[in-house]
Design a protein around this ligand. Sequence first.
Ligand code: MN
Ligand code: MN
Length: 278
Amino acid sequence: MYDDSDLSLDQAHAVRIIGAPFDGTVSFRPGARFGPAAIREASDGVETYSPLLDLDVQQVRYADAGDLALPMGDVQQALRLIREACDDCVNNGAMPFVLGGEHLVSLPVIEALHQKFPSMVIVQLDAHADQREDYLGVKLSHACIIRRASEVIGENRVKQIGIRSGTREEYQTMRGQESLTTFKPDDLSALRTWVGDRPLYITVDLDVFDPASFPGTGTPEPGGIDWWTFQRFIQSMQGLNIVGMDAVELAPQWDSSGCSSVLAAKCVREMLLLKADA
Ligand code: MN
Ligand code: MN
């Protein structure tokens, strides 16, 4: 699905898909490094047309830049390489859509975009708060990504949705920032109002889905959403000023059925369709 585009990578205003196959800081089960390849493979079996949105991927100007070559044992260097790729993308007027990889890969994407869009806000879908100050003494961990991102973009610029796991301290942080919201229709419409016309980054940690429909992830967390809830979320984000996106934490080998990869590919389709030309 993602390789039928003949757009050149430097075309302005296009979406540039960038694979970031890195899982060097995961806290539990590894394997997210295989996420981007699994999403591309599964996308072959996914229709390009979304009945709910009545849009087709053919209406999106996008190109797939393939996967970055990232050193698994060197976190700083891996993040630097992702940042360079995103700087290049943003400087060419294209929008980065990064496929993870673990959630830490979002940080350099957010840093690159914040340079260009200083008023940018973030909506995070996730099972986990990712608000730790550090994880086992390490600040650059996928368990700390939202805390680090908040330090980049400023206080009260993040809304978190689907969260059902965290430490007491993380929950205190989130309650203090009033960052938590839900998928209830009223909350989705309030979320849309909160974003307003500000530049928006959407980060989708796919473990927001229930492990029953998405077991292929490193840190499965019971009590998650289903496909239809995700589609309602996507609908509620239509028309907003989206400047960057990512979909992270697919670790395909934990689901021998392959269904998690298909779900991830379908999520990527719906997210891409947020950038469809009318
Ligand atoms: Mn998570
Ligand atoms: Mn996460």
